[in-house]
Design a protein around this ligand. Structure first.
Ligand code: ATP
Length: 325
């Protein structure tokens, strides 16, 4: 069994964008509600994203993330509340809002029977670009996303990561001020995710407001700010490090052989409440001596015990009393 009281590997890059380096608020949502019939999908959400900022909306399946995006992208009418994009009221300026918005939805939007170039050109034409302007813009984006040498390849021959980069380039052709990405990492391997995040950071550095949804903790932890959603409501909104620091103290992580028995033993013997997270039991812990006590109580039924910093999953559990997964 491994015992450790050192901090676990950090799950996030620190939020590096200081407030002074951010631009104007380009996306603002106030008291946004949405119902599908009797079902409440959004119950009064407030949210803002400034130019240069990457904000991750993190929530379990069904928490309302996609609904929020559909409203912002004018695909659903706003029933109650307001959404302002680049100074324009979304419910009143549908076409102007669309021209300022880049969107990447969960489902792929590329025509895989066309080349990379052809996909970009079709998109450009939809936004009224043509001639030299369109050619120059395609060249610029292909270069930015390291796609120039693949421009004549059919999209069906590209890897998942490359396809996502083409989608990003496509979404950026018309120079949107706000970029919405719904679960952008879906289906990507770790290397492709890394490359996608580099591209997102470049975007933010160029002044674009980036708003993305995710249900991946490690992805949200890379954003400048995380908005935690649960059952159509915002339950937290801060930088990843401040959210984690807000919990204070550390978190005890136990990897038992038999998780159910260990949970029951800790409750019975120590009155210790633990949350099951994957194959582990986790609980807030400010007393390092608890490691030895838990080890003694669980005996052979434990592979490792460690104390580390809280992660965003711990924040979610603390705010909602529910497990994230
Ligand atoms: N067209 C619809 N009709 C009825 N209910 C819907 C519809 N679309 C979504 N919902 C419900 O609204 C709630 C919010 O759904 P939404 O898709 O916005 O959540 P989400 O956080 O994006 O989930 P996921 O991570 O699974 O995409 C869920 O309870 C969902 O079942």
């Amino acid at each position: 069994m491994a015992l450790s009281s050192t901090a676990s590997a950090p799950d996030e890059a620190p939020a590096t964008t200081s407030d002074s380096s951010l631009g104007d608020v380009l996306c603002e949502v106030r008291d946004l509600h949405h119902r599908y019939g009797e079902h409440v999908a959004l119950a009064g959400v407030d949210l803002s994203v400034r130019g240069g900022e990457i904000v991750a909306v993190l929530g379990k399946n069904g928490s309302g993330k996609t609904t929020l995006f559909r409203l912002l992208s004018t695909l659903l009418p706003i029933q109650k509340g307001t959404a302002i994009l680049d100074g324009l009221d979304v419910s009143q300026h549908v076409h102007a809002v669309r021209s300022r918005l880049g969107i990447i939805f969960q489902s792929p939007s590329l025509d895989i029977k066309l080349t990379v170039d052809e996909n970009l050109r079709c998109q450009g034409a939809l936004y009224g670009l043509s001639g030299r302007e369109l050619s120059n813009r395609c060249d610029e984006l292909l270069d930015q996303f390291a796609l120039t040498d693949r421009r004549r390849d059919l999209c069906q021959t590209l890897s998942g990561g490359l396809k996502r980069r083409v989608e990003l380039a496509k979404g950026l052709l018309h120079r949107p001020r706000v970029m919405l990405l719904d679960e952008p990492s879906t289906g990507l391997d770790p290397a492709a995710r890394l490359s996608l995040w580099e591209a997102l950071q470049q975007l933010a550095d160029s002044g674009v407001a980036v708003l993305l949804t995710t249900h991946l903790m490690e992805e949200a932890a890379k954003a400048n700010r995380v908005v935690l959603m649960d059952q159509g409501q915002k339950i937290a909104d801060d930088t990843p490090s401040r959210l984690r620091a807000g919990l204070g103290g550390g978190v005890l992580t136990i990897v038992p052989d038999d998780i159910a028995t260990a949970k029951e033993t800790l409750q019975r013997e120590l009155q210790l409440d633990t949350q099951t997270v994957g194959e582990t039991l986790r609980t807030p812990c400010d007393a390092p001596e608890l490691v030895a006590t838990v080890s003694r109580i669980l005996g052979d039924n434990v592979q490792s015990i460690s104390i580390g910093r809280p992660n965003l999953e711990d924040v979610f559990v603390a705010k909602t009393g529910k497990q994230f997964q």
